[in-house]
Ligand binder design. Sequence first.
Ligand code: ADP
Ligand code: MG
Length: 288
Amino acid sequence: MLDVRDLTKTYRKTVACDHVSFHLDPGSVTVLLGPNGAGKSTVIKSAIGFLRYTGSITVGGYPNKSVEARRILGYIPEIPSLYPNLTVSEHMEFIARAYKLTGYKPDIEALFDRFELSDKRRKYGDELSKGMQQKLNICLGLLPRPRMLLLDEPMIGLDPHAIKELKSLIVELREQGCTILVSTHMIDSVDMLWDRAIIMQSGTVRANLTKGELDAQGETLEELFFGVTEGIAPDEAEPAAGLDNGAAECGAAKGASGSAEESGGGPGGHSGASKDSSAGASNGEKDA
Ligand code: ADP
Ligand code: MG
Protein backbone atom coordinates (compact mmCIF):
# COMPACT_ATOMS: atom_id res chain seq x y z
CA MET A 1 0.00 0.00 0.00
CA LEU A 2 2.84 2.37 0.87
CA ASP A 3 6.13 1.63 -0.79
CA VAL A 4 9.16 3.70 0.18
CA ARG A 5 12.38 3.00 -1.71
CA ASP A 6 15.75 4.57 -1.06
CA LEU A 7 14.25 7.69 0.46
CA THR A 8 17.06 10.14 1.11
CA LYS A 9 16.45 13.65 2.40
CA THR A 10 19.06 16.19 3.41
CA TYR A 11 18.51 19.52 5.08
CA ARG A 12 21.72 21.40 4.24
CA LYS A 13 24.33 19.22 5.94
CA THR A 14 21.92 17.09 7.96
CA VAL A 15 21.04 13.74 6.42
CA ALA A 16 17.57 13.32 7.91
CA CYS A 17 16.84 10.10 5.96
CA ASP A 18 19.49 7.94 4.38
CA HIS A 19 18.26 5.35 1.86
CA VAL A 20 15.17 4.46 3.85
CA SER A 21 13.12 1.64 2.34
CA PHE A 22 10.04 -0.15 3.64
CA HIS A 23 6.68 -1.45 2.52
CA LEU A 24 3.34 -1.35 4.34
CA ASP A 25 0.72 -4.01 3.75
CA PRO A 26 -2.89 -2.89 3.19
CA GLY A 27 -5.08 -2.89 6.29
CA SER A 28 -2.18 -2.99 8.75
CA VAL A 29 -0.93 -0.75 11.54
CA THR A 30 2.77 0.08 11.45
CA VAL A 31 4.50 1.95 14.24
CA LEU A 32 7.45 4.10 13.29
CA LEU A 33 9.64 4.37 16.36
CA GLY A 34 12.83 6.26 17.01
CA PRO A 35 14.48 8.79 19.28
CA ASN A 36 13.96 12.51 18.64
CA GLY A 37 15.71 13.43 15.41
CA ALA A 38 15.70 9.87 14.03
CA GLY A 39 13.95 11.00 10.85
CA LYS A 40 10.37 9.85 11.53
CA SER A 41 8.69 13.13 10.67
CA THR A 42 10.87 13.46 7.59
CA VAL A 43 9.68 10.06 6.35
CA ILE A 44 6.05 11.01 6.96
CA LYS A 45 6.33 14.46 5.41
CA SER A 46 8.08 12.95 2.40
CA ALA A 47 5.36 10.31 2.05
CA ILE A 48 2.58 12.88 2.18
CA GLY A 49 4.41 14.86 -0.50
CA PHE A 50 5.47 17.94 1.47
CA LEU A 51 9.20 17.59 0.97
CA ARG A 52 11.68 17.19 -1.86
CA TYR A 53 13.78 14.06 -1.62
CA THR A 54 15.49 11.43 -3.69
CA GLY A 55 14.13 7.92 -3.97
CA SER A 56 10.62 6.81 -4.77
CA ILE A 57 7.40 6.67 -2.77
CA THR A 58 4.20 5.12 -4.09
CA VAL A 59 0.77 4.84 -2.49
CA GLY A 60 -1.47 2.06 -3.77
CA GLY A 61 0.88 1.85 -6.75
CA TYR A 62 0.56 5.56 -7.59
CA PRO A 63 3.37 8.11 -7.17
CA ASN A 64 2.74 9.77 -3.82
CA LYS A 65 2.33 13.25 -5.27
CA SER A 66 -0.25 12.15 -7.85
CA VAL A 67 -3.95 13.02 -7.59
CA GLU A 68 -4.74 9.30 -7.18
CA ALA A 69 -2.39 8.98 -4.21
CA ARG A 70 -3.76 12.14 -2.62
CA ARG A 71 -7.24 10.66 -2.75
CA ILE A 72 -5.96 7.74 -0.69
CA LEU A 73 -3.72 9.56 1.78
CA GLY A 74 -4.67 11.26 5.02
CA TYR A 75 -2.27 13.01 7.35
CA ILE A 76 -2.42 14.11 10.95
CA PRO A 77 0.58 16.40 11.46
CA GLU A 78 2.61 16.55 14.62
CA ILE A 79 1.94 20.24 15.09
CA PRO A 80 -1.65 21.34 14.42
CA SER A 81 -1.86 24.26 12.02
CA LEU A 82 -5.22 25.85 12.64
CA TYR A 83 -6.68 29.12 11.45
CA PRO A 84 -7.00 31.54 14.38
CA ASN A 85 -10.13 33.13 12.90
CA LEU A 86 -12.05 29.97 12.03
CA THR A 87 -14.13 28.15 14.63
CA VAL A 88 -13.84 24.44 15.34
CA SER A 89 -16.95 23.78 13.19
CA GLU A 90 -15.66 26.00 10.40
CA HIS A 91 -12.40 24.06 10.26
CA MET A 92 -14.38 20.87 9.72
CA GLU A 93 -16.53 22.56 7.03
CA PHE A 94 -13.35 23.78 5.38
CA ILE A 95 -12.03 20.23 5.06
CA ALA A 96 -15.42 18.89 3.95
CA ARG A 97 -15.53 21.45 1.13
CA ALA A 98 -11.89 20.99 0.18
CA TYR A 99 -12.56 17.27 -0.23
CA LYS A 100 -16.01 17.81 -1.77
CA LEU A 101 -17.48 15.47 0.86
CA THR A 102 -21.19 14.76 0.96
CA GLY A 103 -23.26 13.48 3.89
CA TYR A 104 -20.43 14.33 6.27
CA LYS A 105 -22.42 16.07 9.05
CA PRO A 106 -23.07 12.91 11.08
CA ASP A 107 -19.35 12.12 10.83
CA ILE A 108 -18.50 15.54 12.25
CA GLU A 109 -20.92 15.01 15.12
CA ALA A 110 -19.52 11.55 15.85
CA LEU A 111 -15.96 12.86 15.85
CA PHE A 112 -16.86 15.84 18.06
CA ASP A 113 -18.63 13.48 20.43
CA ARG A 114 -15.75 11.06 20.50
CA PHE A 115 -13.07 13.68 21.06
CA GLU A 116 -15.19 15.84 23.37
CA LEU A 117 -15.31 18.85 21.09
CA SER A 118 -19.10 19.24 20.91
CA ASP A 119 -19.17 22.11 23.37
CA LYS A 120 -16.12 23.74 21.73
CA ARG A 121 -17.57 24.00 18.24
CA ARG A 122 -17.91 27.79 18.35
CA LYS A 123 -14.43 28.38 19.72
CA TYR A 124 -11.83 29.89 17.44
CA GLY A 125 -8.59 28.15 16.59
CA ASP A 126 -6.56 30.46 18.81
CA GLU A 127 -8.91 29.96 21.76
CA LEU A 128 -8.22 26.25 21.99
CA SER A 129 -5.85 24.68 24.47
CA LYS A 130 -3.02 22.60 23.03
CA GLY A 131 -4.87 19.38 23.72
CA MET A 132 -8.04 20.66 22.05
CA GLN A 133 -6.02 21.80 19.06
CA GLN A 134 -4.60 18.30 18.75
CA LYS A 135 -8.06 16.75 19.03
CA LEU A 136 -9.35 19.03 16.26
CA ASN A 137 -6.22 18.20 14.24
CA ILE A 138 -7.11 14.50 14.52
CA CYS A 139 -10.76 15.09 13.60
CA LEU A 140 -9.68 17.06 10.52
CA GLY A 141 -7.46 14.20 9.40
CA LEU A 142 -10.19 11.60 9.89
CA LEU A 143 -13.13 13.42 8.31
CA PRO A 144 -12.26 12.57 4.67
CA ARG A 145 -12.05 8.86 5.59
CA PRO A 146 -8.64 8.24 4.09
CA ARG A 147 -7.69 4.70 3.07
CA MET A 148 -4.16 5.31 4.24
CA LEU A 149 -3.51 7.42 7.31
CA LEU A 150 -0.18 8.86 8.43
CA LEU A 151 -0.12 10.06 12.04
CA ASP A 152 2.92 11.92 13.34
CA GLU A 153 3.23 11.68 17.13
CA PRO A 154 -0.55 11.87 17.53
CA MET A 155 -0.69 11.16 21.28
CA ILE A 156 1.28 14.22 22.32
CA GLY A 157 -0.84 16.67 24.28
CA LEU A 158 -3.88 14.38 24.45
CA ASP A 159 -5.66 13.57 27.70
CA PRO A 160 -6.15 9.91 28.68
CA HIS A 161 -9.70 9.79 27.31
CA ALA A 162 -8.61 11.09 23.90
CA ILE A 163 -5.65 8.68 23.83
CA LYS A 164 -8.03 5.82 24.51
CA GLU A 165 -10.41 6.99 21.78
CA LEU A 166 -7.59 7.42 19.30
CA LYS A 167 -6.26 3.94 19.99
CA SER A 168 -9.66 2.33 19.55
CA LEU A 169 -10.19 4.36 16.40
CA ILE A 170 -6.90 3.09 14.98
CA VAL A 171 -8.05 -0.48 15.62
CA GLU A 172 -11.45 0.21 14.01
CA LEU A 173 -9.85 1.83 11.00
CA ARG A 174 -7.63 -1.19 10.51
CA GLU A 175 -10.67 -3.48 10.72
CA GLN A 176 -12.19 -1.42 7.94
CA GLY A 177 -9.12 -1.92 5.77
CA CYS A 178 -7.33 1.37 6.39
CA THR A 179 -3.52 1.23 6.26
CA ILE A 180 -1.99 3.16 9.13
CA LEU A 181 1.48 4.47 9.84
CA VAL A 182 1.90 6.06 13.26
CA SER A 183 5.13 7.60 14.46
CA THR A 184 6.00 7.94 18.11
CA HIS A 185 8.90 8.06 20.50
CA MET A 186 6.73 6.71 23.30
CA ILE A 187 6.74 2.95 22.95
CA ASP A 188 4.08 2.22 25.52
CA SER A 189 1.61 4.49 23.71
CA VAL A 190 1.38 2.03 20.82
CA ASP A 191 1.96 -1.33 22.45
CA MET A 192 -0.69 -3.90 21.56
CA LEU A 193 -1.72 -1.76 18.61
CA TRP A 194 0.70 -2.64 15.87
CA ASP A 195 1.25 -5.27 13.18
CA ARG A 196 4.67 -4.07 12.05
CA ALA A 197 7.30 -2.00 13.85
CA ILE A 198 9.95 0.03 12.08
CA ILE A 199 12.69 1.48 14.27
CA MET A 200 14.72 4.39 12.94
CA GLN A 201 17.82 6.02 14.29
CA SER A 202 20.07 8.67 12.73
CA GLY A 203 18.08 8.64 9.50
CA THR A 204 18.29 4.92 8.88
CA VAL A 205 15.99 1.95 9.46
CA ARG A 206 17.52 -0.16 12.23
CA ALA A 207 14.76 -2.76 12.53
CA ASN A 208 11.66 -3.68 10.54
CA LEU A 209 9.62 -6.66 11.67
CA THR A 210 6.12 -7.94 12.25
CA LYS A 211 4.61 -8.65 15.63
CA GLY A 212 4.82 -12.38 14.87
CA GLU A 213 8.53 -12.07 14.09
CA LEU A 214 9.16 -10.19 17.33
CA ASP A 215 7.17 -12.74 19.33
CA ALA A 216 9.24 -15.51 17.75
CA GLN A 217 12.37 -13.69 18.96
CA GLY A 218 10.91 -13.71 22.46
CA GLU A 219 11.42 -9.99 22.90
CA THR A 220 9.19 -7.10 23.82
CA LEU A 221 9.02 -4.04 21.62
CA GLU A 222 10.75 -2.03 24.32
CA GLU A 223 13.62 -4.54 24.55
CA LEU A 224 14.02 -4.50 20.79
CA PHE A 225 13.93 -0.71 20.76
CA PHE A 226 16.66 -0.27 23.34
CA GLY A 227 18.67 -3.15 21.90
CA VAL A 228 18.65 -1.42 18.53
CA THR A 229 19.01 2.21 19.55
CA GLU A 230 21.51 1.68 22.35
CA GLY A 231 23.53 -0.86 20.38
CA ILE A 232 22.86 -3.78 22.69
CA ALA A 233 22.52 -7.24 21.20
CA PRO A 234 19.14 -8.68 22.25
CA ASP A 235 20.60 -11.21 24.70
CA GLU A 236 23.27 -8.97 26.22
CA ALA A 237 22.68 -7.88 29.79
CA GLU A 238 25.13 -4.99 30.03
CA PRO A 239 23.89 -1.61 28.80
CA ALA A 240 26.02 -0.08 26.07
CA ALA A 241 28.20 2.90 26.89
CA GLY A 242 27.79 6.32 25.34
CA LEU A 243 24.05 6.79 25.42
CA ASP A 244 24.05 10.28 24.04
CA ASN A 245 21.57 10.12 21.24
CA GLY A 246 18.35 10.88 23.09
CA ALA A 247 17.25 7.25 23.17
CA ALA A 248 16.82 7.42 26.92
CA GLU A 249 13.87 9.72 26.39
CA CYS A 250 12.10 7.14 24.34
CA GLY A 251 11.32 4.47 26.85
CA ALA A 252 7.95 3.53 28.19
CA ALA A 253 6.64 5.91 30.81
CA LYS A 254 9.42 8.42 30.25
CA GLY A 255 7.05 10.75 28.45
CA ALA A 256 9.42 13.02 26.55
CA SER A 257 7.81 15.73 24.50
CA GLY A 258 8.00 15.91 20.72
CA SER A 259 10.53 17.70 18.62
CA ALA A 260 9.47 21.08 17.38
CA GLU A 261 10.16 21.31 13.69
CA GLU A 262 7.85 22.89 11.17
CA SER A 263 4.57 21.30 10.20
CA GLY A 264 3.23 21.07 6.70
CA GLY A 265 0.02 21.95 4.92
CA GLY A 266 -3.03 23.83 6.09
CA PRO A 267 -5.54 22.71 8.70
CA GLY A 268 -5.44 18.97 8.82
CA GLY A 269 -2.39 19.05 6.57
CA HIS A 270 -4.58 18.17 3.62
CA SER A 271 -3.83 18.65 0.01
CA GLY A 272 -6.17 16.35 -1.86
CA ALA A 273 -9.58 14.79 -1.96
CA SER A 274 -10.84 11.44 -0.77
CA LYS A 275 -14.28 10.08 -0.22
CA ASP A 276 -14.55 6.48 -1.23
CA SER A 277 -13.25 4.65 1.80
CA SER A 278 -14.87 3.53 5.00
CA ALA A 279 -12.83 4.90 7.87
CA GLY A 280 -14.67 4.68 11.13
CA ALA A 281 -15.39 8.24 11.99
CA SER A 282 -18.99 7.53 12.80
CA ASN A 283 -18.88 5.54 15.99
CA GLY A 284 -19.87 7.94 18.68
CA GLU A 285 -18.87 5.74 21.58
CA LYS A 286 -18.03 7.79 24.63
CA ASP A 287 -16.97 7.41 28.21
CA ALA A 288 -19.57 8.02 30.89
P1 ADP B 1 11.99 12.84 14.25
O1 ADP B 1 10.64 13.12 13.70
O2 ADP B 1 12.34 11.39 14.28
O3 ADP B 1 12.19 13.48 15.59
P2 ADP B 1 12.92 14.55 12.11
O4 ADP B 1 12.53 13.87 10.86
O5 ADP B 1 12.09 15.69 12.55
O6 ADP B 1 13.08 13.48 13.28
O7 ADP B 1 14.41 15.10 11.96
C1 ADP B 1 15.46 14.32 11.43
C2 ADP B 1 16.71 15.19 11.36
O8 ADP B 1 16.49 16.22 10.40
C3 ADP B 1 17.07 15.89 12.67
O9 ADP B 1 18.46 15.94 12.75
C4 ADP B 1 16.49 17.27 12.49
O10 ADP B 1 17.22 18.21 13.25
C5 ADP B 1 16.64 17.51 11.01
N1 ADP B 1 15.60 18.39 10.48
C6 ADP B 1 14.28 18.14 10.48
N2 ADP B 1 13.61 19.15 9.91
C7 ADP B 1 14.52 20.07 9.54
C8 ADP B 1 14.46 21.34 8.89
N3 ADP B 1 13.31 21.86 8.49
N4 ADP B 1 15.62 22.00 8.70
C9 ADP B 1 16.81 21.47 9.08
N5 ADP B 1 16.94 20.27 9.69
C10 ADP B 1 15.82 19.58 9.91
MG1 MG C 1 9.03 14.09 14.58
